[in-house]
Design a protein around this ligand. Structure first.
Ligand SMILES: [Zn+2]
Length: 142
């Protein structure tokens, strides 16, 4: 099971001891999630990282498990934390009665097409701070 090792020891008089290399969470070794998260947050290639561990005989997860962890846990967690922090910033600005200016690079990529670069400046006044949907000002540079 990836990086998980469980050892069961028994003796002739009937004593049984169990040892696990790491805790489980909902039948999933926590170390497997930590490895997948570390690979993603460090930004290295999962193939290279997992190949390195295999060559060093370090028990690790498969590439398939890495991609499952990424899709099922890591990316949803990143999105959740991002939205939480974004909402906290907006709530704080609303409470303080300030206006909000948002900016982004407006990079629009689609498969087979060169990125369309531009500049987006978004001003959201305090009264419409309930959502970040309305672009008041937009300048695009093709
Ligand atoms: Zn014994």
């Amino acid at each position: 099971m990836g990086s998980f090792i469980n050892v069961s020891i028994s003796c002739d008089c009937g004593h049984v001891e169990e040892w696990s290399s790491q805790p489980m969470m909902n039948n999933m070794p926590v170390g497997n999630l930590i490895i997948a998260g570390a690979i993603m947050f460090y930004g290295c290639s999962p193939v290279k990282a997992l190949n390195f561990m295999n060559h060093a005989s370090i028990a690790t997860i498969s590439a398939r498990t890495y991609h499952y962890m990424q899709t099922a846990y890591i990316v949803p967690s990143i999105n959740s934390v991002w939205q939480l922090h974004q909402q906290l910033y907006i709530d704080t600005i609303k409470e303080e009665g300030r206006s909000l200016k948002l900016g982004g690079d407006a990079r629009c990529c689609s498969p087979g097409h060169t990125a369309n670069m531009g500049l987006t400046v978004n001003k959201v006044k305090n009264s419409i701070c309930n959502g970040i949907g309305g672009f008041e000002e937009r300048t695009s540079v093709p």
